[in-house]
Design a protein around this ligand. Structure first.
Ligand code: SAH
Length: 356
């Protein structure tokens, strides 16, 4: 049976899922606690198959299997960096492949997950953009990356069993706010199903205004990150075609609206490409844009990609100069160390490397 005809339990946290399971068991004359048992397997133990649910009779497990799906995804390839970063390339039911990355720091373990197979936005510095768009991920496929990473975090990375993954960022392949159904559904599962705190989940976007406003209206305090990369229309247009559709002034109006709803700090991502967008003089227009917003800028050295051989990361001194120029204008910022360089951990790079 195909996924489209079975209900994916990973996409149904809370009441909806419970009611559907309750109806399933009631129709078979089973006691009500069976639904609770299944839920425990899904959300607390991260079961990948109904066979694992050993406190349910085998016949019931088969019956569940016919009606429901646990959205199995298969690790096609796993790469482990010397710095502890672990990257997975997952194969989905139709053969599409997406990446997720586990990034350990001293007191955190962050999972970076994918929201689409490929991406339509064609940012010039991004390896995923080179694939073009393949398809949306269903909510359950986004959540399955988390479920299967939990196991790796617990069993291979020695993380506490109670909360192996401390943070989730939607910074893998794809543009989350171009897949609102899938992403909103997955947020509901991570938060309401697996119990991950909304403040520990960051949605990163190129700046799709309708999606930003949709997030603003949600009650949960999910974090928002915006890929900025340039403070002027001309320069941003060179790097990110989306600037044509949602230019900076409109984007920042939307961010002000977002902040009037949420009153939460917004992060900006700024990838520093040598000689392209790292002139410290750009700190001035950037500070002007940010005026009136509570925000923070993450500076990321550009990770070279094969399709842009002419571009390289800014030098250490160049990055420091840019960072200081921002700080001098009152813009809080930090330089993010690249992680997992030896395993092609940057967005889209592993799939690219495995296909070329
Ligand atoms: N589409 C979303 C999330 C995916 S990319 C977004 O654009 O925000 C996550 C971050 O990695 C983005 O800020 C993106 O601009 C950045 N990025 C992509 N390719 C990169 C590269 N080669 N080097 C450094 N950062 C890159």
């Amino acid at each position: 049976m195909t996924e489209s005809t079975r209900a994916e339990l990973l996409a149904e946290p809370g009441e909806g899922g419970r009611e559907r399971l309750a109806a399933f068991f009631a129709a078979r004359g089973e006691p009500a606690y069976r639904a609770r048992q299944v839920e425990e397997w899904v959300w607390e133990r991260g079961a990948r198959s109904f066979d694992e649910m050993t406190n349910l009779p085998a016949g019931l497990r088969e019956a569940l299997e016919a009606v429901f799906s646990l959205t199995p995804i298969e690790p096609d390839y796993t790469a482990r960096s010397r710095d502890g970063t672990v990257k997975h390339l997952w194969r989905l039911d139709d053969g599409e492949r997406v990446e997720s990355v586990l990034i350990p720091t001293r007191d955190r373990l962050t999972l970076c997950l994918s929201s689409q197979a490929g991406c339509a936005l064609a940012c010039r510095f991004c390896a995923t953009g080179d694939f073009g768009f393949r398809r949306q991920l269903r909510a359950a496929e986004i959540v399955a990356q988390y479920r299967d990473s939990l196991r790796v975090a617990r069993e291979e990375m020695g993380r506490p069993a109670s909360s192996p993954i401390s943070n989730v960022v939607y910074m893998g392949m794809g543009e989350p706010l171009a897949n609102l159904d899938g992403v909103i559904g997955s947020l509901a599962s991570l938060h309401g199903g697996f119990g991950l705190g909304a403040r520990r989940i960051t949605v990163s976007t190129v700046g799709l205004i309708p999606g930003i406003l949709e997030l603003a209206r949600r009650p949960e305090p999910f974090e928002l990150a915006v890929s900025l990369h340039a403070p002027s229309h001309e320069l941003r247009l060179r790097l990110m075609p989306i600037e044509k559709r949602y230019p900076l002034p409109e984007l920042f109006d939307a961010l002000r609206t977002y902040q009037s709803y949420k009153n939460r700090r917004i992060s900006f991502e700024y990838t520093l490409i040598r000689g392209v967008n790292d002139d410290p003089a750009l700190a001035e227009p950037l500070a002007k844009l940010a005026r009136g917003l509570i925000c923070f800028v993450n500076l990321i050295p550009f990770n070279p990609i094969p399709s842009r051989p002419e571009w390289g990361p800014s030098s250490t001194e160049g990055i420091a100069r840019f960072s200081e120029a921002l700080a001098a204008r009152g813009v809080g910022n930090a330089v993010r160390r690249p992680r997992g360089r030896d395993i092609d951990a940057a967005c889209g790079q592993l799939r690219l490397a495995r296909e070329s």
